[in-house]
Design a protein around this ligand. Structure first.
Ligand code: ATP
Ligand code: MG
Length: 339
């Protein structure tokens, strides 16, 4: 399988590691998806990069693939298609009533083009939708997933196999989408140590030890990128994370009990389960701001490898995990605790 090229820390690199995920992608290509597959995971864990690699897996197996990316900065990156369906996409886009800047128009164009592709090009069609909930709003996520399911169940189109994958970093995805039987939810975690070491190895020096990079980024490639781009200045990164996520405001708004639970969660995020009755509101805020992630149904579906069972150093518990140690550190500082 060809590995795609991707941008990482200002370099052009080959898509690294994630071997388990790629085997999963091959299986999916073989059998298709019965329900839309919703992948969610920490911000910057590599969902977009993985979808681009999955596109390649599907392409090699004869699929017509359309990859929509409503949050992409450049308009031309928002609707990508494999070569076998490019002409159809062009035709659909030129007749569009709206602009590709609008997420629903984008999805409409993708679905319409795949519909036509199934009639005239290939019976294997795939839609990869990156960060669409962020674009349409999480309140519309359920409707959107239902529409994608309708696409799979299309009575009017004959196809051989269909694959529909949606990615999301919205913390509340699981609560909003996971309770329906319309989608199959998968959780993706940060990179395992070996894969992360490959990315670390690509960064020019001087750089701190690998152990130190691992302890701060916890396998998250975007955090590794940030560490490198900001000259490994942890203080600056933690400061900008605190600003982006409104951590100071969050902490100021807590009750004394929540404050105490949060301080304990720095050492052991599972306190959020042990004291759930008191911590319910706090958990919502932490999930909603993408600071922690709920991982307790460990026998559910994982993309690639699940996080280790409990890793106190990285802030991974059995039930909850800090998205990365840097996120935890930003909260620690807002609580005025020593590092
Ligand atoms: N397996 C990989 N090999 C090489 N580079 C990777 C890999 N995974 C991620 N990256 C790089 O790490 C950075 C973050 O990854 P990416 O943008 O895919 O994360 P994401 O989960 O989509 O983030 P967001 O939640 O912000 O959408 C990117 O620069 C990406 O190219
Ligand atoms: Mg992304």
């Amino acid at each position: 399988m060809r590995r795609v090229r991707t941008r990482f820390a200002g370099l052009e690199v080959e898509f690294a590691d994630r071997d388990v995920a790629l085997r999963q992608a091959e299986e999916i290509a073989e059998r298709g998806t019965r329900w839309p597959l919703v992948v969610y995971g920490p911000e910057g864990c590599g969902k977009t990069a993985l979808l681009r690699q999955v596109e390649e897996v599907l392409r090699e197996r004869g699929y017509a693939v359309i990859h929509v990316n409503p949050m992409a900065k450049r308009l031309e990156d928002r609707l990508l298609a494999t070569r076998n369906v490019k002409d159809i996409v062009r035709g659909v886009v030129s007749a569009l009533p709206g602009s590709l800047a609008d997420a629903s128009t984008l999805l409409y164009a993708a679905v319409e083009a795949l519909h036509r592709a199934a009639k005239s090009v290939t019976g294997r069609i795939a839609l990869l939708a990156d960060d669409v909930f962020q674009a349409v709003g999480l309140d519309k996520a359920e409707t959107l997933v239902k529409e994608l399911l309708n696409m799979i169940e299309w009575p009017s189109v004959k196809y051989e196999k269909i694959v529909v994958i949606v990615s999301s970093s919205e913390g509340m995805t699981r609560e909003r989408v996971g309770r329906h039987r319309w989608a199959e939810l998968y959780v993706m975690w940060n990179m395992p140590r070996d894969g992360f070491a490959q990315l670390y190895g690509l960064l020019p020096g001087p750089k701190p030890s690998f152990d130190s990079a691992w302890r701060w980024a916890g396998g998250n490639p975007e955090m590794l990128e940030r560490l490198y781009m900001r000259s490994w200045d942890v203080g600056r990164i933690v400061g900008s994370l605190a600003g982006e996520k409104g951590i100071v405001e969050l902490v100021k708004g807590l009750s004394d009990t929540e404050d105490e639970i949060l301080a304990e969660a720095l050492e052991d995020p599972d306190v959020l389960v042990r004291r759930y009755r008191e911590a319910e509101g706090l958990v919502r805020k932490l999930v909603d701001r993408n600071l922690i992630i709920r991982i307790w149904e460990r026998d559910l579906n994982w993309v690639d490898q699940p996080p280790p069972e409990r890793d106190p150093e990285l802030g991974v518990g059995l039930y909850y995990a800090w998205q990365t140690p840097l996120h935890r550190e930003a909260v620690r500082r807002a609580l005025g605790q020593p590092p």
